[in-house]
Design a protein around this ligand. Structure first.
Ligand code: PMP
Length: 289
């Protein structure tokens, strides 16, 4: 299959899948999601993403439709069905299907959606423009919900300005990107906003901080300002699909470019881990017709 869509056990080419209008995601965005990059038919950091989904779902009181291990197997099985070994695996869990009413419907059973489409990794040597955007989101940004309108609007503003990503800030304090976490390097220290209800606990962020500590790079989990971003030696953003992307401008002004050696070392350590983990064999590949 070239693309794959899955809905509660039924699957087929993504473009041909149909879902019920009464899925509460259509009315309320009532659900949580996850996404990761697949290489060699292996979804990267799958367990970490599954654990974060379990936490997000628990915060919204959405029960899992199956044990986490069974969900893991389903995701691996679906990933093996795609022709391309390099893809983006996305899945979401919605509260259920019921006529529109705000409070939880009685006896709602969660719906599991999975999508897979071919995807190629970005060229890690490129650098990108950023646009600062006031963070007008609510105070539950640690939950990976499907309510992404401020993120969508910010990403579109950035795209219209010819930028790759928006930098959310609250009164000048940087929180995160519209779909990534933001970081700076200053005097050999990796600085990033601390975990709180204002940012998503990025899986890539967590892995990068762990690698940095293992490499002896000091890590400071303390929010920084836009001003500090302008003065940083390097600024970059991370996500499961973008990995570790260097920023070259912020609001049209050049930034970073002063510690490429450290940034490359961190990115290479991350890419090495990614390649190592995705060199495993997906057991469901053998069962393909
Ligand atoms: N923050 C937001 C708002 C995001 O949407 C994402 C991407 N899912 C991230 C941070 C990065 O998280 P991860 O490294 O788990 O992809």
């Amino acid at each position: 299959m070239k693309t794959l869509g899955y809905y509660n056990g039924e699957y087929g080419p993504l473009e041909q899948m149909r879902v019920p209008m009464n899925d509460r995601v259509c009315f309320f965005g009532d659900g949580v999601y996850e996404a990761t990059t697949v290489e060699n038919h292996i979804p990267y950091a799958l367990d970490e993403h599954l654990q974060r989904m379990e936490r997000s779902a628990a915060k919204l009181e959405i029960p899992l439709p199956m044990e986490l291990q069974a969900l893991r197997e389903t995701l691996l099985e679906m990933t093996a069905k795609l022709d391309s070994g390099s893809s983006q695996l996305y899945w979401q869990l919605t509260r259920g299907t019921a006529p529109r009413t705000h409070a939880f419907p009685k006896d709602a059973r969660p719906n599991l959606w999975i999508t897979l489409r071919p995807f190629s990794m970005r060229d890690p040597s490129l650098s990108y423009g950023l646009l600062s955007v006031p963070d007008t989101r609510y105070f539950h940004c640690d939950v990976k919900t499907l309510n992404l309108i401020p993120n969508v609007m910010a990403a579109e503003r950035a795209a219209r300005a010819g930028c790759e990503e928006a930098v959310f800030h609250r009164d000048g304090m940087v929180t995160e990107g519209s779909h990534s976490n933001m970081h700076i390097l200053k005097n050999g220290v990796l600085q990033t906003a601390p975990l709180s209800n204002l940012i998503l606990p990025g899986i890539t962020r967590a892995q990068l901080l762990k690698l940095a500590r293992e490499m002896g790079v000091p890590v400071l989990e303390k929010a920084f300002t836009l001003q500090e971003m302008f003065q940083a030696d390097e600024a970059f953003f991370t996500s499961a699909s973008a990995f570790c992307c260097r920023a070259s401008t912020l609001d049209g002004k050049p930034i970073g470019g002063k510690d490429e050696a450290l940034l490359s070392a961190l990115r290479n350590a991350y890419l090495d881990k990614f390649r190592k983990e995705t060199s495993a064999v997906n057991p469901y590949l053998e069962k393909r017709p």
